[in-house]
Design a protein around this ligand. Structure first.
Ligand code: SF4
Length: 330
């Protein structure tokens, strides 16, 4: 860990001002990923700006959905009775991640900004384009069973590690941010980036911008939503692949659908083409099989992760089938 100054922000404006005047500063909320990165010399900030005391801890009903403060903990969001009632698959996605102790401290804003768990990124004995652009990507030809099958580039084949973000992508959430140029809202699906030739950038946040809240739009049929996560062990493990799915079915035909995947790309992956295909079709296994094939059409496996293609297709079929039957725990 390098030497840095520690400051405690007194307001969102103060935090933004401090970050804007020192481009090498880092915000810290729950710190569950930031501290790991500091200890491993992955981030070497000159200033750590503690935002944990700012007033961003509330979950509020709006005329149009819910507003979740960026400092709401994973536990508080997952356990909130209205979130459990209205967005059960968001709650289940959160509870499938990390451990109870980590979820008690980790924040919603920090969840969006956690970085990949690619082992080469965390081991500074290896080159890594995300750590040091232009140095190389050993995962592309190394051990890559956990890596991307969609949207990867020659520069980086890492996946985004979050479960919560897969559900937020399916819900068409909106990210509220405040920065030196004022406030703005970013549609969730545009918040994270694909690696392309800038793998060092995970999101479309600009310098000095701070996440202040997440907006959950109303979606009455989100109650049928399902989050299915497949992993090496059943707790405290990142997804090999995951699926968030919600269906609105009327008279046996699919009226509307949301489908997103995790563990397959550098960002939560929304299956837009599969969603288009599903609308108006009968809610049966034949339709779901076809949709799963469409969702994985562009998949390009690496040497060790070809298994993810069939695994994801099966998970999509299963998640859609359970959602068609009203949702619940898969
Ligand atoms: Fe680094 Fe990305 Fe390659 Fe992993 S996949 S070694 S994070 S460049």
């Amino acid at each position: 860990m390098n030497n840095f100054t520690y400051t405690r922000a007194t307001s969102v404006k103060d935090a933004v001002q401090r970050a804007t005047s020192d481009k090498n500063s880092l915000f810290i909320g729950g710190g569950t990923n930031v501290v790991d990165r500091l200890k491993a010399f992955l981030d070497e900030p000159s200033q750590l700006i503690d935002i944990s005391r700012l007033q961003m801890q509330s979950i509020e009903r709006m005329t149009n959905g819910w507003r979740v403060g960026a400092l709401v903990t994973n536990t508080a969001l997952a356990d909130h009775p209205e979130i459990r009632r209205n967005y059960p698959f968001l709650s289940r996605a959160i509870l499938s991640g990390a451990s109870q102790q980590i979820r008690n401290v980790a924040t919603v804003g920090g969840n969006l900004l956690q970085r990949t768990r690619c082992p080469y990124y965390y081991d500074t004995a290896f080159a890594c384009n995300k750590r040091e652009p232009g140095s190389g990507c050993p995962a592309a030809t190394g051990i890559n069973r956990m890596h991307a099958i969609l949207g990867a580039s020659e520069e980086c084949v890492a996946v985004h590690p979050s479960d919560m973000c897969v559900a937020l992508a399916a819900l068409d959430a909106v990210v509220e941010v405040e920065g030196p140029k004022g406030k703005r809202q970013i549609p969730f699906v545009n918040f994270h980036r694909l690696p392309e030739n800038t793998p060092q950038k995970d999101s479309n946040l600009e310098a000095g911008e701070l996440i202040t809240a997440i907006i959950l739009p109303p979606l009455s049929w989100a109650k049928s939503g399902v989050y299915l996560k497949l992993r090496d062990r059943t707790s405290y493990s990142f997804a090999l692949i995951s699926v968030a799915a919600a269906l609105e079915v009327a008279v046996d035909k699919i009226k509307d659908v949301r489908l997103a995947m995790g563990g397959v790309a550098h960002k939560p992956w929304r299956a837009n083409e599969a969603e288009k295909f599903l609308i108006g079709k009968p809610a049966d296994i034949t339709t779901f099989t076809q949709a799963a094939n469409i969702a994985l059409q562009g998949a390009k496996p690496l040497a060790h992760n070809g298994y993810k293609i069939d695994m994801t297709k099966r998970a999509i079929r299963r998640a859609l089938m359970v959602s068609a039957q009203g949702g619940g725990i898969v």
